[in-house]
Design a protein around this ligand. Structure first.
Ligand code: HEM
Length: 309
């Protein structure tokens, strides 16, 4: 797995031109739609498709499969973290089996025809040393990565644009001082992260915050609450574009399971904000809209975000 981490760091860095090109095409579409119809849904036009096409390109999934992969990922989010009805659970279970089979078929096809993508990188490691990583593990990585690298970033882009436009001064401040953008990315992650909770199992008995936890306890960590801990961040409920230690948030977790895609997620949000600020400095939220969020304990981002100019 160490191999996976180093390979992915190199691969993610190489993805930057793809992120910039895809983002630019999607911003073209978003602005054209606003011009034609007066407003557009930023989630549908940009926040949803961008992370999907980028992470699928990283893995090597064919472009033509994007739509069904996106549907499977949405199903998976609802199945693991949401509250689908009994009949929906049965339907989703069938879909998830198809999704797993798709990943298996894809990895075996790559094994016979290695290419320039992350899956092929891992398969090269496997061919060199079968003990280092098995084909089944690689199937699992494609299944995991295609989900982890997608809805999370969609939610983050939606939360970011919402928070930056809800107070127009924030948007103008960023336009005037683009050097604040990296801090803005961290402050959005701290103030309104898209992964509000995560799971852990204790490996030994431990006392935490005065509570005794036995070995094997299943915990739900409230990452979003930690990000607003007043002992860590002064005035935590204030969104501050100049917060010097915003990056100390826990939105990407901590320790050996620290998010593998943190750099990519940060890059995608930065590129989106750079391009929107430059090409749509007059962007604003459509007034009076009520935001809705998926009924989900871990993932949070607006389902639609109507914007205009
Ligand atoms: C806003 C975007 C994202 C957020 C908030 C986020 C958050 C997280 C969190 C909280 C964890 C668990 C960390 C822990 O257990 O300590 C995690 C793990 C992970 N993330 Fe992300 N993530 C994001 C984007 C991505 C992207 C873009 C990718 C891939 C391209 C990705 C891949 C992964 C993987 C593979 C893991 C599991 C790492 C392991 O178990 O060692 N994530 N992420």
């Amino acid at each position: 797995m160490q191999n996976m981490k180093s390979f992915s760091a190199r691969r993610l860095a190489a993805l930057e031109p793809t992120v910039r090109d895809r983002c630019s095409e999607l911003v073209d579409r978003l602005l054209a739609r606003i011009d034609a119809e007066g407003s557009a849904d930023l989630v549908e036009e940009l926040a949803f498709p961008l992370p999907a096409v980028v992470v699928f390109a990283l893995i090597g999934f064919p472009d033509g499969d994007t739509e069904r992969l996106k549907d499977w990922c949405t199903d998976r989010m609802s199945f693991s973290w949401g509250r689908p009805s009994t009949s929906a659970q049965a339907r989703i279970a069938e879909q998830l089996a198809a999704y797993w089979l798709y990943c298996e078929t894809f990895v075996h096809a790559r094994l016979a025809d290695l290419r320039d993508d992350f899956t092929s990188d891992l398969l090269r490691v496997h061919l060199h040393d079968h003990e280092a990583v098995s084909v089944d593990e690689i199937v699992n990585v494609t299944y995991g990565l295609s989900f982890a690298g997608h809805e999370t970033t969609t939610g983050l882009i939606g939360n970011a644009v919402h928070r930056l436009l809800e107070v127009p001064d924030r948007w103008s401040q960023l336009r005037a001082e683009p050097s604040l953008l990296p801090t803005a990315v961290e402050e959005v992650l701290r103030y309104d992260t898209s992964v509000v909770a995560w799971r852990r199992i204790t490996t030994r008995a431990v006392e935490l915050g005065g509570a005794r936890l036995p070995e094997g306890a299943k915990l739900l960590l409230m990452l979003a609450a930690a990000n607003r801990d007043p002992e860590r961040f002064p005035d935590p409920d204030i969104f501050d574009l100049q917060r010097h230690d915003a990056r100390a948030h826990l939105s990407f977790g901590k320790g050996i399971h620290f998010c593998l895609g943190a750099a990519l997620a940060r890059l995608e949000l930065l590129v989106v904000l750079e391009q929107l600020l430059e090409r749509a400095p007059d962007l604003r939220l459509v007034e009076g809209q009520l935001l809705s969020f998926p009924p989900n304990v871990a993932f949070r981002g607006p389902q639609t975000l109507a914007v205009t100019r």
